[in-house]
Design a protein around this ligand. Structure first.
Ligand code: NAD
Length: 449
């Protein structure tokens, strides 16, 4: 016998009881059912919304929302005049536009708000909206800080208004089916969750081209900065605010929050992590930003370890792998694949390479006699794949919100859910900046290290 008799070699030579792997089946998931648009919805039955922030995300939300049956845009607020033009281009010249969102909150014709403003504005817009009696769909991450999130949950609970946060994947058929499979116990005991996403281009790293006419004349720069210490007008900050912690929440708030929200939804979790430890750096885009462009975080939810990685410096697919004693459920933007594992010894133990030959041969003989399947009774471990529409599709998530507004149905991604997902992101950022593991102290509402 060769001295470096390897584990792989041992398994190949002594295999016998391994289950036959059958080629994976592929099944198609039906898209979420949203009734076809119909002009028949009487005006009294329509949901009328106002939109606050018609930038990169808000413009898409507006286009999608007005395609939903019985949903109508009444007005748009934005601090940049170019986006008044854009809002009218999307929703028609009839909609009112203003720089002052308070006008939308005062407007009795408006039932609810859709808000897509930079993160440093989320708390004020949500608290103002619910306090004015308006339900609100607010973009992710729900909060810009843990304290903001605590205040937002309190305002939502006090007023009883519907708050839906905009990590749209929780309303996708992909996440719904994955949740069902995980709840059925398909992967056995959950032992580890990993998720990752990588990009490798300036636009993916938020180096957006500011609108050519951006200036203090076209933008209310003072208002845009909100409570952040004021600085001279800077068109790059206006367009690339995600790069700075004063306005954005980094890769954590931009991308990790999607991974966390989807994970929590699929696993049926709704809590903050107990502990987080993040590493990262500004490795690929040292363009003056103060938020990392690479961040890898280990989370402790008091269950299986969760390891989530974001990288703006190397492109990799966006993927989750839920690992368990009975295999792996791999979830991507458009697919769910199950890779089964028996969790049993499928070949004689390689430890027996350490037996003298006669002992080893006796062991192998007995093992095969006890484990080899009878002819025609080979175990079949069958994998499969589901394919569905992208989890990035926003219409189902908006539809659930507008139905909630109309029927007072609870939404999945409410303020508590949004707060818990955002807390994971704040903990990742705090751990990165403090260079230490951090914990969430619910009693004091603080992240501690
Ligand atoms: N769900 C997703 O997949 C997704 C994707 C992109 C962005 N987002 C989120 O959407 C939000 C907006 O991001 P964006 O990329 O559209 O930013 P953006 O800078 O392109 O647009 C934001 C707009 O809000 C306006 N604004 C800022 N403060 C305002 C205020 N007080 N009143 C009225 N208007 C105000 C700005 O003038 C700007 O036009 C962020 O929270 C971001 O995280 C979510």
């Amino acid at each position: 016998m060769k001295k470096d008799f390897s584990r792989r070699e041992f398994l190949q030579r002594s295999a016998g009881a391994t289950g036959a792997y059958v080629a994976a089946r592929t099944m198609i998931l039906d898209p979420e059912k949203i009734p076809l648009p119909s002009s028949a919805v009487p005006p009294s039955d329509r949901v009328r919304f106002g939109i606050i922030g018609v930038g990169m995300q808000g413009s898409g939300l507006l286009s999608n929302a007005i395609q939903l049956p019985g949903v109508e845009c009444v007005a748009a607020a934005d601090l940049y005049d170019g986006r008044h033009t854009l809002a009218k281009e999307i929703a028609g010249a009839k909609i009112a536009t203003t720089r002052r969102y308070q006008e939308l909150l005062d407007n009795k014709e408006i039932d609810c708000i859709v808000a897509a403003v930079p993160d440093h504005w989320h708390k004020k817009v949500v608290v103002d909206a619910v306090s004015a009696g308006k339900d609100i769909y607010c973009e992710k991450p729900m909060s810009h800080s843990a304290a903001d999130g605590v205040a937002m949950v309190a305002a939502a609970q006090k007023t009883g208004r519907i708050v839906q946060i905009g990590s749209q994947r929780v309303s996708s058929v992909i996440c719904t089916k994955a949740k069902e499979l995980l709840a059925s116990g398909i992967i056995g005991t959950l032992t580890l969750v990993e998720g990752s996403l990588g990009r490798n281009d300036p636009t993916g790293a938020w180096e957006y081209p500011p609108p050519p006419d951006a200036s203090p004349a076209t933008i209310d720069w003072d208002a845009w900065q909100g409570d952040v210490p004021k600085r001279e007008f800077d068109a790059k900050i206006f367009a690339r605010w995600r790069c700075w912690k004063e306005y954005g929440t980094g890769v954590a708030g931009d991308l990790l929050v999607h991974l966390v929200s989807g994970m929590n939804y699929m696993l049926g979790w709704n809590e903050a992590p107990k502990r987080a430890m993040a590493l990262g750096g500004i490795l690929r885009f040292p363009d003056g930003r103060n938020m990392p462009d690479v961040q890898a975080t280990l989370f402790d939810y008091g269950r299986a370890p969760v390891y989530l990685r974001l990288n703006l410096g190397c492109e990799t697919p966006e993927i989750y792998r839920f690992q368990g004693s009975k295999g792996i459920l791999e979830v991507t933007e458009t697919t769910i694949s199950y890779f089964p594992q028996s969790g049993e010894d499928e070949s004689p133990s390689y430890y027996t390479v350490s037996y003298p030959r006669a002992m080893r041969e006796a062991y192998l003989k007995q093992w095969h006699a006890e484990h080899d399947p009878k002819p025609g009774k080979e175990p079949v471990a069958e994998g499969f794949t589901y394919r569905g529409v992208s989890w990035d599709e926003e219409k189902p998530h908006l539809w659930k919100f507008f139905q909630g507004v109309k029927n007072r149905q609870l939404v999945t991604e409410d303020a508590v859910f949004g707060h818990n997902a955002a807390l994971a992101c704040h903990m990742a950022n705090e751990s990165y900046f403090r260079r230490a593991a951090v914990t969430w102290d619910a009693a004091s509402g603080q992240i501690k290290s």
